[in-house]
Design a protein around this ligand. Structure first.
Ligand SMILES: Cc1ncc(COP(=O)(O)O)c(C=O)c1O
Length: 453
């Protein structure tokens, strides 16, 4: 019988995070103070983040130790399994070998707890009592609620309104882990009130919810802010994924030709690909693909430019691929991919041609997700379905070319709380949204006078 699962034991959980900043051919430009346009210092971030996370944010040290208290909690579900997708390969009739690393085995059902646990730990250690955050699909909010529960912290989650309505059980999950959750835009912050005054029917966006959570944290002594993606320290915490995958590929006696992840803010993509990109930077031939929705095509149609991380313009300016912070994506079901910007680390790697990007429509992603569920069993999160689409396309290309190819992708989460999205797909209510060029032009014109990256 051909082997299907490649499993590691608790002692194989990586003991260090991998910081790709140590190996990048071109260093990233620093974030800027939005007022002075000068590089920000650690003190500028201190109202929002604990100092240990700020240190990680600016670190160029290649390996950073994972604290034992964090490892103890990661051990509840790590290492996660790596599968060989024999049945999907057969369904596609491809000569390609397809492997996937599965992060849906965490209690929250995605890769997000890899960083929420680390972030909650450092906040607790520095005396923080309460954390404010935003959530799109609800995955990040659940992950932070879980981590805050483990470390005895209060969690306040601003949930993008359209997801709050589409995913009521994600909300219940957060409440089960003790968090308080409100739909964003809300009346509880200046930022939320401003958006509602302009558009009372706003379905919200990650950018708006970030503005609310940042304002909440900045206005309270006992509260810090936590972000589930984009920032360097978040991507750093996810690198346990790729390090495990490397060991598991070794167990399989293979090495990928193509590594694929979906991209919202870039954290699961980074988690899987950064340890492999280290090999690529050292000379290995490797195709690395980030997959995103055509409704929010940050990497494929965005500009590499300084921009705000939030909609209202409260955060430092970051050098990244961006559609413009005023861009509000259509209400596609992959809520976690509806973000106007991209992690500066991922953006720099794209700029330096170390990776490439592809964009897919949501219907073709659900086609891929359903084929995957019918062959491999697991029902994927709508976000993850973009990586599956990318992997299937590569496998079909290999079939056309008659090439044996080894494909590895990250299944970042399960879709067990996303059945309303599958319902919409089966009842043919999913819209094939075409993003008008005017919308892209409008959002770009709002940022073109910000500093060039
Ligand atoms: C399952 C899943 N995958 C991917 C993402 C996208 O985020 P990121 O690009 O930071 O991994 C999310 C975000 O909520 C998610 O829930």
């Amino acid at each position: 019988m051909a082997q299907t699962r490649y499993l590691l034991t608790e002692k194989d959980i990586p003991r260090q995070w991998y910081n790709i900043a140590a190996d990048m051919p071109n260093p990233m430009k620093p974030p800027l103070n939005p007022g002075t346009k000068e590089p920000i210092g650690p003190q500028d971030l201190a109202p929002l983040f604990p100092m240990s996370l700020i240190e990680q944010e600016v670190s160029t040290q290649r390996w950073i130790d994972i604290p034992p208290e964090v490892l103890d909690i990661l051990a509840l579900w790590r290492p996660t399994p790596l599968f060989r997708a024999h049945r999907l390969e057969q369904a596609l009739g491809t000569p390609a070998k397809i492997y996937y690393k599965y992060e849906g085995t965490s209690p929250a059902g995605s890769h997000k707890p890899n960083t929420s646990v680390a972030q909650a730990y450092y906040n607790k250690k520095e005396g923080v009592k309460r954390i404010a955050t935003e959530t799109g699909a609800g995955q990040w909010g659940s992950a932070l609620a879980l981590a805050c529960q483990f470390f005895g912290l209060e969690a306040k989650v601003y949930m993008v309104k359209i997801s709050y309505e589409q995913k009521p059980y994600r909300r219940s999950l957060m409440q089960t882990w003790g968090a308080s959750v409100i739909p964003s835009p809300s009346n509880e912050t200046e930022a939320g009130r401003k958006i509602l005054a302009e558009d009372p029917d706003s379905t919200g966006s990650l950018g708006i919810a970030i503005s609310e959570a940042v304002e909440d944290a900045a206005s309270r002594e006992d509260t810090k802010y936590s972000l589930g993606s984009v920032l360097n320290h978040v991507l750093l915490h996810q690198t346990v994924v790729g390090q495990e995958a490397q060991k598991q590929m070794e167990l399989a006696g293979d090495y990928p030709d193509v590594v694929i992840g979906c991209c919202g803010g870039g954290s699961n993509f980074a988690g899987l690909t950064f340890p492999f990109l280290r090999d690529k930077i050292a000379g290995r031939d490797l195709d690395v693909i980030g997959c995103e929705p055509t409704a929010c095509p940050t990497l494929t149609k965005g500009h590499f430019h300084y921009d705000f991380g939030d909609t209202v313009g409260m955060t430092p300016l970051m050098p990244m691929h961006t559609l413009g912070h005023t861009f509000v994506p259509a209400g596609i079901h992959a809520g976690g991919l509806r973000y106007h910007g991209m992690a500066p680390l991922v953006s720099q790697l794209l700029k330096d041609d170390l990776m490439r990007a592809e964009a897919f429509h949501q219907v073709e992603c659900f086609d891929a997700a359903v084929l995957f569920a019918r062959s491999e069993g697991i029902v994927p999160a709508p976000e993850s379905s973009h990586a599956i689409r990318g992997a299937i396309n590569e496998a079909l290309k290999a079939k056309e070319e008659g090439k044996e190819k080894t494909i590895l992708f990250l299944l970042s989460g399960h879709g067990n709380f996303d059945m309303s999205a599958y319902d919409a797909y089966f009842s043919k209510k999913l819209e094939e949204y075409e993003l008008p060029q005017e919308e892209l032009d409008k959002a770009w014109s709002a940022i073109r006078d910000l500093p060039a990256a």
